[in-house]
Design a protein around this ligand. Structure first.
Ligand SMILES: Nc1ncnc2c1ncn2[C@@H]1O[C@H](COP(=O)(O)OP(=O)(O)OP(=O)(O)O)[C@@H](O)[C@H]1O
Length: 242
């Protein structure tokens, strides 16, 4: 992304007209990014823009040399896939939900991969014929992740996807995604409020704060004294974008 900006809904009520302003970052090679920042800084909005579910007001997004302006958004979303915090289940069974992705994109349904992922995510007890709407929040979250992985995107945008999971399920998701990154070369940008999780899953950490984006090596960032880290993390609340 290059010089990306999003204006506030209502510029009149804010010190700045920007939710975030002229932010840039590159993924020169497959990478693991944690995206952190105080509530309301625009992390979800940024992920939604990266997936073309919302539009930037300024700037450009480029994947493999192609600007978002020159590509069909559906094709873009096959390569850059957003996994929402509140998983949305489509009508029908769990299996209908998993098959939907291939139906939509005209690709064959990889039932072997689906079975592997179901197991790795600890969902093998689940009856695939069960109505997806009747699943628990944590089950829906994992089904929605699985649905996205079946697309084999280049970049996964993960919005607090372990927020409603117990520790054991959360660890399974982390292990699966780290392994997926290693084996498939998929990059991810993972929004989390859990700094320990950010440290475990990322090689770089982006901090969205005071309308701008800081890019840190996670190794260096998480070696910093806690007070320094907390200052970097929360300075956004001290009269930044709001
Ligand atoms: N153009 C805009 N698009 C999206 N959100 C906007 C816009 N202008 C202002 N906002 C406000 O900015 C905030 C951005 O919310 P968003 O969910 O992106 O933040 P977040 O950093 O993900 O927060 P949280 O950590 O609480 O999930 C919201 O309060 C929203 O109403």
């Amino acid at each position: 992304m290059s010089n990306l900006s999003k204006y506030h809904w209502d510029t009149g009520n804010h010190a700045s007209r920007y939710l975030f302003s002229h932010i840039s970052a590159q993924l020169p090679e497959p990478d693991r990014i944690a995206l952190i920042g105080a509530s309301g800084q625009g992390k979800s909005t940024l992920l939604r823009i990266l997936a073309l579910l919302d539009s930037p007001d300024e700037g450009d997004l480029i994947v493999e040399g192609v600007s978002f302006k020159d590509i069909n958004p559906r094709q873009w979303r096959m390569a850059v896939t957003y996994v929402a915090q509140q998983a949305v289940m489509l009508p029908g069974s769990v299996e209908d939900n998993l098959r939907l992705v291939s139906r939509l994109h005209g690709t064959p349904y990889d039932s072997i991969l689906a079975a592997q992922l179901i197991k790795q995510l600890g969902l093998d007890y689940l009856d695939l014929g069960k109505k997806a709407a009747d699943c628990s929040g944590g089950e829906k979250q994992r089904i929605s992740l699985l649905r996205s992985l079946l697309l084999r995107p280049r970049i996964l945008l993960l919005d607090e996807i372990t927020a409603s999971l117990d520790m054991n399920s959360s660890q399974k998701v982390e292990a699966l995604l780290l392994n997926w990154h290693r084996e498939e070369g998929t990059s991810f940008v993972w929004v989390t409020h859990d700094l320990e999780q950010a440290r475990r899953i990322s090689s770089r950490t982006w901090i969205l704060s005071q309308n701008s984006l800081q890019d840190h090596s996670s190794d260096c960032l998480f070696k910093a004294p806690v007070a320094e880290l907390a200052r970097k993390y929360i300075q956004s609340t001290e009269g930044g974008g709001h």
